[in-house]
Write a protein that binds this ligand. Structure first.
Ligand SMILES: *Cc1c(COP(=O)(O)O)cnc(C)c1O
Length: 451
């Protein structure tokens, strides 16, 4: 078969998410309480119990509730594409497949978990959810999900994005969310920063602190995170489970599975079912995480316990980190600027079960443009990191005369990132590599915990 678009029927959509933790040959380090340093679950006052349970679950498959599947059907099962035109452009014997998550209403993979989280909150009586957003993808996914389940949504949006990227804010407001620039005057964390620096551009870690403080302070409010945590990665596995079924229809199986990593959720969603095949079916698929050289937590960070946010409200997690005081360079892949990496992805990398590559933003945008001009879809700058490495591997296949099968995740479209494309196309984008000295400096601020 030589199809371009491999589809599943609604009936073929997975009925359960896959929990990789059930198949791991090692146990995961627990989260630690930021005040006591003792093992802790994710804090129940600000998360619904269903998610607290999923976070530590060792059950292999966890049923996707029917009301969640009902919303998923708006865009799922998502298509798997064979990139015939990109293969031709690269003159490669490799077969390139990509799973397209940009067809959801908010335009990325993030509603796969936002919808599930809104559902569990609704079931447990939550009236209001507070969250943070960097460039706005997570905020828009949660605003969309909250609206569908009748929950109020408050979004703390990193101020520099709030000012520079009004369109994502307008999208969130169209779905009924209340969006404020972070640091805001609505929380102690925000007011403290503003007192010191009224012009503070904000950061993701600070916005997390504000949203968590909001949720801790109100009975009717819970908090929600769009990446990093186990339950978020779990919800994203619907991507990889669908991809497995779709590839089965083609008769192909990937030699490489590639995804970009910010907090690690879209990569995990595609990759974990294939990691399982490596663990239990003796497959030897290379699983490759791609990060920006400007925020290289896996390739340049250390594997250590660190704070999840700026002020120590979130649990301490063992992860690859650049330090919670990490100040990201203003690169255009807004979704890839978190200081740490999901503890689960970090553990896989530490056990050499996955690989990691870091790339510069100019070659990444070059790949995005090649992709748009061959396959048609304008990718999110985050997703373009995966495209860069998929293309590099396909070029290697040409040089080595090997016909390998490559699968990557196209985590979202780039229709809200045209400002970044404009800068690239007019030659104004600069490559930025996170300085080694900065890594060393930030690591001095790691919390002291008993080994
Ligand atoms: C948020 C985002 C990412 C990065 O987040 P992960 O949790 O690492 O997936 C990647 N791609 C898109 C399109 C995003 O919106």
């Amino acid at each position: 078969m030589n199809e371009t678009k491999i589809l599943l029927t609604e009936k073929e959509m997975p009925e359960a998410w896959y929990n990789l933790v059930a198949d791991l040959p090692f146990s995961l380090p627990s989260l630690l309480h930021p005040a006591t340093g003792q093992p802790t679950p994710i804090p129940p006052p600000i998360f619904p119990m269903a998610l607290v349970t999923q976070e530590d679950s060792r059950e292999r498959y966890i049923e996707i509730p029917e009301p969640v599947r009902e919303v998923y059907r708006l865009w799922r099962p998502s298509p798997l594409y064979r990139a015939h035109r990109l293969e031709k452009l690269l003159n490669t014997p490799a077969k390139i497949y990509y799973k397209y998550e940009g067809g959801s209403p908010p335009g990325s993979h993030k509603p796969n978990t936002a919808v599930a989280q809104a559902f569990y909150n609704k079931e447990e009586g939550t009236k209001r959810i507070a969250t943070e957003t960097g460039a706005g993808q997570w905020g828009s996914a949660l605003a969309f999900a909250c609206k569908l389940f009748g929950i109020e949504c408050k979004v703390y949006m990193v101020k520099v994005s709030y000012q520079q990227k009004p369109y994502r804010r307008i999208l969130m407001e169209s779905w009924g969310a209340n969006v404020v620039a972070s640091p805001s005057t609505d929380t102690n964390a925000g007011r403290q920063i503003l007192a010191k620096d009224p012009q503070s551009p904000g950061s993701l870690g600070l916005a997390i602190s504000e949203a968590a403080e909001d949720a801790f302070g109100r009975e009717d409010t819970k908090y929600s995170l769009g990446s990093v945590l186990n339950h978020v990665l779990l919800h994203q596995t619907v991507i990889g489970l669908e991809a497995l079924k779709q590839l089965e229809k083609t008769g192909d199986y990937p030699d490489m599975v590639i995804g970009c990593v910010g907090g690690g959720s879209n990569f995990s969603g595609l990759a974990f079912p294939f990691v399982r095949d490596n663990l239990v079916s003796g497959k030897k698929t290379r699983i490759i995480a791609v990060e920006p050289l400007a925020a290289p937590s896996l390739t340049r960070g250390v594997y250590a316990y660190d704070l999840g946010d700026a002020v120590g409200m979130a649990p301490i997690a063992k992860m690859y980190t650049l330090g919670h005081t990490f100040v990201p360079a203003p690169i255009h892949a807004g979704g890839l600027r978190y200081h740490g990496m999901a503890p689960l992805v970090s553990a896989l990398y530490n056990h050499k079960m996955i690989e990691a590559v870091a790339v510069h933003q100019n070659p990444t945008f070059a790949a995005a443009i090649d992709f748009a001009r061959s396959e048609g879809i304008l990718p999110a700058p985050e997703s373009a990191h995966a495209i860069r490495v998929a293309m590099d591997e396909a070029i290697k296949c040409r040089e080595e005369g090997k016909a390998k099968t490559i699968l990557f995740n196209l985590s979202g479209h780039g229709h809200f990132d045209l400002g970044a494309y404009e800068r690239y196309l007019s030659g104004q984008l600069q490559d930025y590599e996170y300085p080694e000295a900065e890594v060393k400096r930030a690591l001095q601020d790691l919390p002291k915990v008993a080994a």
